[in-house]
Write a protein that binds this ligand. Structure first.
Ligand code: TXA
Ligand code: MG
Length: 354
């Protein structure tokens, strides 16, 4: 069945795309998984769905394949990748030590959208960690990701499947648009459920510290790890620069993006840009009618943070595809922790002006 679904196949520069059934991949899409494992073992790159965003996978122990990942993304070599594994035991095997907090977090949140940073075991290539002595580990919950890991029987190093600093992909089409034939095979299981990247926690320090807010619920994390710290939210702070791969500019659409403090301010800004001839997109989460944004690419997102996060990257990809040059986004609540991950991505993806 999987082979029969290669209808999307096209000659270079398009990668091979195989549809997989997210409900029971090991039964319905075995051919696709076998093919993906074959490509990975041959040193190729396979984009695969996770519950957060699509990943650009390579064998974690194949240094040439790791180098291809960095090249495909245009990512600096010192930006570390996440190793995806099937379960906590396999994660521990890649760590030099396994702190109590790692064990507690793993039991509470894996499989799921949580990444822990620990000391790297000596036999794990330094290249995966951008040369650092640490390693980031995660057990994804997406059935296709887990089935692929089981089929392969080895860890998969995978950053998000986008170009350096660009928007993360939440569909296979986003991967193809961004990476083209820089990826050998794309497993297409439809849109990602969370739509925003995993939460990254450094458990080498006590108390552990969130390096990147993400899809795991912060309040739930705090219940498991009391005293959990959160890295400064200011993307331009020195603290941010100290974390590898945490550039201030990141998660950005091609169009220039600005944040306006309120819905009305966002509409006013979008209207004035539009009046000056800039094709503009407007993203709000308070009710807005097309009549209030005539001539503007209007997108109204849900006013609840998880639903908003699920649709954010898809909306920004969509506005890029619509050819806008500027995107004005209504600021999300800054006093509500539940919006933290979304606020972080909007801050990093935007600039001071269009
Ligand atoms: O949801 C996700 O995490 C997705 C899916 C594919 O799993 N992956 C992802 O990978 O977002 P990437 O490479 O785009 O982002 C990895 C994040 C970066 O913020 C990076 O700085 C951090 O994890 N990270 C990775 N290894 C690290 C390390 N050894 N020390 C500190 N931070 C690390
Ligand atoms: Mg990324």
């Amino acid at each position: 069945m999987a082979r029969g679904k290669r209808a999307n196949w096209q000659p270079s520069p398009m990668p091979v795309v195989i549809a997989v059934d997210p409900r029971a991949p090991e039964h319905t899409s075995r051919d696709a998984l076998v093919e993906a494992a074959r490509v990975l073992r041959a040193g190729g790159l396979v984009a695969f769905p996770t519950e957060t965003v699509y990943g650009l996978g390579a064998l974690a122990f194949d240094e040439r394949a790791l180098a291809r990942v960095f090249r495909a993304k245009g990512r600096p070599l010192h930006h570390p990748l996440i190793a995806h594994v099937e379960d906590e035991g396999r994660a521990r095997a890649l760590a030099a030590s396994w702190p109590e907090a790692a064990a507690r977090l793993a039991r509470a949140f894996w499989p799921g959208p949580l990444t822990v940073v620990v000391e790297r075991a000596g036999h794990v290539p330094a290249a995966i960690a951008g040369g650092a002595s640490s390693i980031a580990l995660r057990v994804p919950s997406h059935p296709v990701a887990l089935a692929l890991l089981a089929q392969l029987g080895e860890p998969i190093a995978a950053p998000s499947a986008n170009r350096y600093q660009g928007l993360s992909p939440t569909t296979a089409a986003h991967v193809v648009k961004e990476l083209g034939d820089r990826v050998d095979l794309v497993l297409d299981a439809g849109p990602c459920a969370a739509g925003i990247e995993s939460t990254v926690i450094d458990v080498r320090v006590d108390p552990p510290r969130v390096l990147r807010l993400g899809a795991a619920d912060l309040a739930a994390l705090r219940r498991v790890v009391p005293g959990l710290g959160v890295r400064s939210d200011d993307p331009a702070s020195a603290d941010t620069r100290a974390s590898p791969g945490m550039d201030a500019r990141h998660y950005a659409p091609r169009a220039r993006m600005v944040i306006a403090p309120s819905r009305d301010a966002a509409i006013a800004r979008a209207r004035s840009l539009s009046a000056s001839g800039v094709p503009v997109g407007l993203v709000v989460h308070d009710p807005t009618t097309p009549g209030e944004a005539a001539g503007i690419e209007l997108r109204v997102l849900p006013s609840e943070p998880l639903e908003y996060a699920r649709r954010l990257y898809g909306t920004l990809h969509d506005l890029d595809d619509a050819g806008v040059r500027g995107i004005v986004v209504q600021a999300v609540p800054s006093d509500d922790e539940a919006w933290g991950a979304v606020a972080d991505r909007l801050a990093r993806g935007s600039g001071p002006r269009i």
